[in-house]
Design a protein around this ligand. Structure first.
Ligand code: X2X
Length: 359
């Protein structure tokens, strides 16, 4: 009998040693992942890709359901971060723009024309994500109380309007442009002489339909094409004025409930989702790398040439030269100077160094 108890004690001890901390916590039957735009956006597709990978690799132990169209935040996109932090949301694939009112460092990539003037803007973005400045951003996000799992991408934000082609700063005068409710956007468009109108994305399509604004800015592959922006705006300006990186994050308590093995699994799935999401965002806009990658994955979307697609739908595309972009850059220098103070000079300098290293 003594032997029996001894062997039970040994088994229990071994189990405790082998079972990584946290793995004994009950997992939820379903985790809720929030996404701001609609199901056809590149952003929601990236989230679905991540959720499917997690389900497959965890053999169904971790089920993540994607909730697009800002459903989990009743349409108020700038409240997403707080809802994730307090546990109303388990995971978010979120735009830095929507979280920037709470985390000032996230305004870095919203500095107007900061990346647009780089010789290879995608390389510049990758260098920030992988570099010192990316690490500083991740630290800032985690310090505010959520767990960072990986990067993804909504894309460079381009301008679409219903009035005339935009080729230089003076063309912006008096145009009513829908923007997210984040102060740097309001200030940038005012500086360019436009009339920015703050509107949640959940109301924006109706706003475009009703002609409440003359234009808006969003990424080509990720948002404008899936939305069929040509139904509202016939002019596209490829000015790349800022980029919208996405952050895949988890609520901290939810994250801690996963075993170390499952945490590693989630991080690995996020790394694959980053590659997929970036390829969707850059398809037809880069040197062909994204198309090759999506072919290899067997996941080539219907539109592979975004410029041809927009033209087929009657859009006029302005493609500013490097000199034209420099004019917009110069016209917004006061905004970059002002916001560098808010974001933190160290972070802006680190980003400049990360970008310079790949020039
Ligand atoms: O509101 C927008 O423009 C969108 C969908 O791109 C974001 O959520 C930042």
């Amino acid at each position: 009998m003594k032997k029996f108890f001894q062997s039970c004690a040994v088994t229990l001890f071994t189990l405790l040693l082998c079972c990584p901390q946290g793995s004994m916590a009950a997992y939820k039957a379903e985790y809720r992942l929030s996404v701001v735009p609609g199901p056809s956006s590149g952003w929601a597709q990236t989230a679905e890709f991540f959720a499917a990978l997690v389900k497959e690799r965890s053999h169904g132990r971790i089920n993540i359901k994607v909730f697009p169209s800002a459903q989990l935040m009743a349409g108020k996109q700038t409240s997403e971060f707080l809802l994730l932090r307090n546990g109303a949301i388990d995971f978010s694939l979120a735009s830095t723009i929507n979280w920037s009112p709470q985390i000032k460092e996230l305004n870095l990539t919203a500095l107007p024309f900061f990346l647009a003037v780089e010789p290879d803007r995608y390389k510049a973005m990758d260098a920030i994500m992988a570099g010192k400045s990316g690490k500083m951003i991740i630290d800032a996000v985690e310090k505010k109380g959520v767990k960072f799992i990986g990067w993804a991408e909504n894309g460079f934000r381009e301008l679409t309007t219903s009035k005339g082609p935009i080729t230089q700063p003076s063309d912006m005068k008096g145009l009513k442009i829908r923007v997210v409710g984040s102060p740097i956007f309001i200030e940038t468009f005012r500086e360019l002489g436009a009339n920015p109108v703050n509107m949640n994305w959940s109301e924006a399509t109706t706003g475009f339909q009703q002609g409440l604004v003359d234009g808006q800015e969003n990424p080509t592959n990720g948002i404008n094409i899936p939305l069929k922006i040509w139904d509202f705006h016939k002019f596209h300006c490829d000015w790349h004025y800022l980029i919208d990186p996405l952050l895949l994050c988890a609520n901290t308590a939810v994250w801690k409930s996963f075993s170390p093995e499952d945490q590693a699994l989630l991080i690995a799935c996020a790394a694959d989702a980053e590659k997929y999401g970036k390829a969707l965002s850059r398809l037809g806009l880069d040197d062909g790398t994204s198309l090759a990658y999506l072919k290899q994955l067997g996941k080539v979307p219907a539109v592979t040439d975004p410029y041809a697609c927009m033209q087929e739908h009657g859009m006029t595309i302005s493609r500013p030269t490097a000199n034209d972009i420099k004019r917009f850059y110069d016209a917004t220098s006061a905004i970059r100077d002002k916001w560098t103070e808010t974001i933190g000079k160290d972070l802006v300098k680190a980003a400049q160094e990360d970008m310079a290293a790949v020039r």
